[in-house]
Design a protein around this ligand. Structure first.
Ligand code: TLP
Length: 344
């Protein structure tokens, strides 16, 4: 049975072209800054994101944790969205690694507003801890791949600059936001002190994330990466996959977005499935099963038996993600399978 794997866009396997690029990569010891392929990838990323420098890291989680470590001191407060990846899926790392206190706020479809943040900030005038960092996520994963409105990001950037608070953007899927809106990565990143993007999500590379900021941020980020055991050596073989992904797989994200939209339109309402269609803006479809006869485990098992994989995603919800290893034909087949499973 062919499996249609919609669990995440992280499940993609390196294509033949990507493997060829990997096999040809020039390498050197990145510990000495001598891997030419890593250096090229970092330069490409800095340019794309409009920042002075970029650093290749092992994962999105590592980029997020390095950024938090560099942009805070122990005891600081960090404002972030309650459904953000950092608050939910990073093993409590900000408390363990940076010893900061997280202040989660509930956003609308994952989006915080400048007003909300202004009302929450704790400044130097109080005898208590101070807010030193705001973390944003674009697109927002748990909200269903929603795009952060640029105008609001600008307002947040202005507010934080005026208050001396740093802004970090978890842009694991910023490529999706940029393709969906036509707004450049640099335009989004301009409102933040530091930003990360992932190569191993929709772009289809096997590993890697890029963290970008000014020279001083990257100097300190290199030390934090080392502290976390993330210093790498002849890693040009992985950077080559990243360069290949940037050069070949970026534009096609629009296809993933169309397929997610199609999937959502076809299955919304089936057997009680509820999808917030306004949230389906990129490659993620989050479905509520609150009004379905099937429970989340029953739905996942039923779909799996027929060859469609999805993941549980919070209370009474499941998630499907489109990516470069699922074709339109696969998505059409997945729709048929959803119809069969939810009609029962
Ligand atoms: N997200 C994964 C899971 O961890 C949930 C997924 O399948 O979507 N930021 C965002 C917004 C993410 O969605 C993820 C991964 C990360 C950071 C972490 O990236 P990695 O997995 O490379 O550490």
């Amino acid at each position: 049975m062919d499996i249609i794997d919609l669990r995440s866009d992280t499940v993609t396997k390196p294509s033949r072209g990507m493997r060829k690029a990997i096999s040809k990569a020039a390498v050197g010891d990145d510990g000495f800054g001598e891997d030419p392929t890593v250096n090229r990838l970092q330069e490409m990323a800095a340019e794309l994101l409009g920042k002075e420098e970029a650093l290749f890291t092992a994962s999105g989680t590592m980029s997020n944790q390095i950024a938090i470590k560099v942009l805070t001191n122990p005891g600081d407060e960090v404002i972030l969205e309650v459904d953000s990846h950092t608050f939910n899926y990073e093993s409590g790392a900000p408390a363990v690694i940076s010893r900061v206190q997280l202040r989660p706020l509930k956003g609308k479809r994952g989006m915080l507003t400048a007003e909300q943040i202004a009302q929450t900030i704790r400044g130097p005038e109080t005898p208590y801890l101070e807010t030193k960092l705001v973390c944003l996520e674009n697109t927002h994963n748990r909200a269903g791949g929603t795009v952060f409105p640029l105008e609001e990001m600008k307002k947040i950037g202005d507010l934080c600059r005026a208050k001396g608070i740093r802004v970090y953007l978890d842009g694991a899927r910023l490529f999706n936001a940029s393709v969906a809106t036509g707004i450049s990565l640099a335009e989004y990143a301009r409102n933040c002190d530091a930003v990360s993007v992932c190569l191993s999500k929709g772009l289809g590379a096997p590993v890697g994330s890029l963290l970008a900021g000014d020279k001083e941020f990257i100097r300190r980020a290199k030390k934090a990466r080392k502290l976390l055991g993330g210093g790498m050596r002849q890693v040009g073989i992985l950077a080559a996959a990243g360069i290949y992904a940037l050069e070949n797989n970026l534009g096609r994200l629009a296809e993933d977005h169309r397929r997610a939209r199609y999937l959502a339109e076809e299955i919304n309402g089936l057997g009680g499935i509820e999808i917030d269609m306004d949230a389906v803006q990129t490659n993620i479809v989050v479905m509520s099963l609150a009004n379905c006869k099937l429970t989340v485990p029953q739905a996942i098992e039923g779909l799996k038996k027929e060859g469609v994989l999805v993941v549980p995603f919070g209370h009474q919800r499941i998630r499907a993600v489109t990516h470069l290893d699922v074709s339109l034909k696969d998505i059409r087949k997945a729709v048929e399978i959803f119809r069969r499973v939810f009609a029962r």
